[in-house]
Design a protein around this ligand. Structure first.
Ligand code: 2PG
Ligand code: MG
Length: 417
């Protein structure tokens, strides 16, 4: 059977921060439909694919994406509608060559990714498969463990915390259902503690609480208490993960922590992390150093020797070339995967495969600006990711991803019977 793109349409919609983003609808063989909404980051890496915005300050403070929408509807659509596209790689390669720039500057990573995901969803429909199954078949006995970001800081809230994400990881959970329940119960317990102490229970961009605290250790102490109050054992049922997002702090003189108004050197940061890792059960540290501070990444990896996972997010930007450089120079042992950093799903899959070949742990991640699109849950299951990072169990753009994981677990169970 020929697989033909029979319709392609884009429009501007809103992300969870109320910012314009791109929605794409694609139809195969006149009946199989896929729809995708592209997410958007706040703490973006320097090497990410271009997120094209109109820059017209009279509209949405320059953030509208009408040009991207027009590019898809007026230029890409006439070119590919009516064409035979039998695989994702074929379509993505065509889109990459149509764009023709290194960072997808012409049509925007935010435009091209929408087409890539919508196509993959439509293709799964055509094959009568769930998207995760189309990507990787059914993997019994595997589920990605959530890293739930329950306290927000850094660029994701206006509180006193310089570290961006304080995540709880339910290492003792035996299923996704269990994992989500463990985290949600701790989230409730944390809210109670914050309430009792008169601390804010307002949430940040990823649904985690965003109280003003003395320092980051106080956040970890609150989480330890919440885990205990919910009846779990820290170190056995749960570990912590932190996204430092330190590229946000980098200046030419070192690292400037904007909320503490303090400058630190790489060496001071490393000592600080070692102190934290000594005091709390830490599973992983994401972007502990700037995306170009390679020597610090390498010495930290040699020092920690796998005792704590070092996760490259801004460091790699889901880019195979960046990852190759990281593997050669021994920079980290885990990678954060965000499709909109690179702009197509084929390139995202290539990056995941390379990371797996290098024995790195895979974390599939949302962006701080998200939508009701739950594709990344299917991606995570399909590629057998070790972890997922989808924010707190709060705000529908986050819970929709967890809810999809629950549904996928149900589909897998049914297949088992
Ligand atoms: C991160 C992400 C997602 P943003 O740094 O890992 O949590 O944040 O989307 O703002 O880059
Ligand atoms: Mg990050």
């Amino acid at each position: 059977m020929d697989i033909i793109i029979t319709d392609l349409k884009a429009r501007q919609v809103l992300s969870s921060r109320g910012e314009p983003t791109v929605e794409v609808e694609l139809t195969l063989n006149k009946q199989y439909k896929g729809r995708a909404i592209v997410p958007s980051g706040a703490s973006k890496g320097k090497f990410e694919a271009e997120e094209l915005k109109d820059q017209d300050m009279s509209l949405y403070k320059g953030k509208s994406v009408y040009k991207v929408v027009k590019g898809i509807n007026d230029e890409i659509s006439p070119f590919i509608v009516g064409g035979k596209y039998s695989s994702l790689y074929k379509l993505d390669n065509k889109l990459i060559s149509l764009d023709g720039t290194k960072n997808k500057k012409k049509y925007g990573g935010n435009g091209i990714l929408g087409i890539s995901i919508a196509y993959l969803k439509a293709l799964s429909e055509l094959y009568h498969l769930s998207c995760f199954q189309y990507i990787g078949g059914i993997n019994f006995n595997h589920f990605p463990l959530p890293m739930m970001n329950v306290i927000n800081g850094g660029a994701h809230s206006n509180n006193s915390l310089d570290i961006q994400e304080f995540m709880i990881v339910p290492i003792g959970a035996k299923s996704i259902d269990d994992a989500i329940r463990y985290c949600v119960e701790v989230y409730y317990a944390l809210k109670e503690i914050l309430n009792e102490r008169g601390l804010s229970t307002g949430v940040g961009d990823e649904g985690g609480f965003a109280p003003n605290l003395k320092n980051e250790e106080e956040a970890l102490d609150l989480l330890s208490e919440a885990i205990n109050n919910a009846g779990y054992i820290l170190g056995v049922d749960f570990k912590f993960s932190l996204d430092i997002a330190s590229s946000e702090w980098k200046t030419k003189d070192g690292y400037y922590l904007p909320k503490k108004k303090k400058v630190m050197t790489s060496k001071e940061l490393m000592d600080y992390y070692l102190k934290i890792v000594d005091k709390y059960p830490i599973l992983s540290l994401e972007d502990p150093f700037d995306q170009e501070d390679y020597s610090s990444w390498n010495s930290f990896l040699l020092h920690t020797k796998g005792s704590v996972l070092l996760v490259g997010d801004d460091l790699y930007t889901t880019n195979v070339e960046r990852l190759k450089m990281g593997i050669e120079n021994k920079l980290s042992d885990a990678i954060l995967i965000k499709p909109n950093q690179i702009g197509t799903i084929s390139e995202t899959l290539n990056c995941i495969n390379l990371a797996k070949d290098a024995n790195m742990k895979i974390i599939v991640s949302h962006r701080s600006g998200e939508s009701e699109d739950d594709f990344i849950s299917d991606l995570a299951y399909g590629v057998k990711a070790d972890y997922v990072k989808f924010g707190a169990p709060c705000r529908s753009e986050r819970t929709t991803k967890y809810n999809r994981l629950l549904k996928i677990e149900e589909i897998i169970k049914e297949q088992k019977q």
